[in-house]
Write a protein that binds this ligand. Structure first.
Ligand SMILES: [Fe+2]
Ligand SMILES: [Fe+2]
Length: 173
């Protein structure tokens, strides 16, 4: 059995992951409306990843014999000034999520819940990649500046991203 304060913390994280999904979906819609279909694709894949993150934690709560809590999902922002503004927001958001994940790991450790601690470690590693990806795209967009041709080249690169279920093959259940 898992302690109730841990169920609450995990449920809050499910909510945060689903909010992340919703935020990336809003960013994808924005990019689509700018004619940046590659950026829209990249952000849509990110939406799918965040949904998978949330669902994996949700399954973990159920696997531990507890009832997940449901909270309202916040309304995300829907307008940005530029692709750079979008990805600066992504970078800020992922740094915030890293703080949340670190908080969960600290809590699991404090409560001596090793299985939760192990489950959260996957997210600790994932956040390194998430922050690196966001920072790399921010850097590229800064180099591109006002060059529309280079922006379209990056857009074509972003079009190639395909969703791969991060938990496929993992002994999740
Ligand atoms: Fe996530
Ligand atoms: Fe993320």
């Amino acid at each position: 059995m898992i302690r109730q304060n841990l169920v609450e913390a995990l449920s809050r994280q499910v909510n945060a992951e689903l909010y992340s999904a919703y935020l990336y979906l809003a960013m994808s819609a924005w990019a689509d409306r700018q004619g940046l279909k590659g950026f829209a694709n990249w952000l849509h894949v990110q939406y799918q990843e965040e949904t998978a993150h949330g669902m994996h934690l949700y399954e973990f709560i159920l696997d531990r014999g507890a009832a997940p809590e449901f909270h309202p999902i916040d309304k995300p922002e829907t307008e940005w000034d530029s692709p750079l503004a979008v990805f600066e927001h992504v970078a800020r958001h992922e740094a915030h999520v890293t703080d949340l994940i670190n908080g969960l790991a600290t809590l699991a450790m404090k409560e001596n819940d090793h299985s939760m601690y192990m489950a959260v470690q996957w997210y600790v590693n994932e956040q390194v990649e998430e922050e690196a990806n966001a920072d790399q795209i921010v850097q590229k967009l800064k180099l591109i500046g006002d060059n529309g041709g280079l922006l379209l080249t990056l857009d074509a690169e972003m079009a190639a991203r395909v969703f791969v279920d991060p938990f496929a093959g993992a002994a999740a259940n």
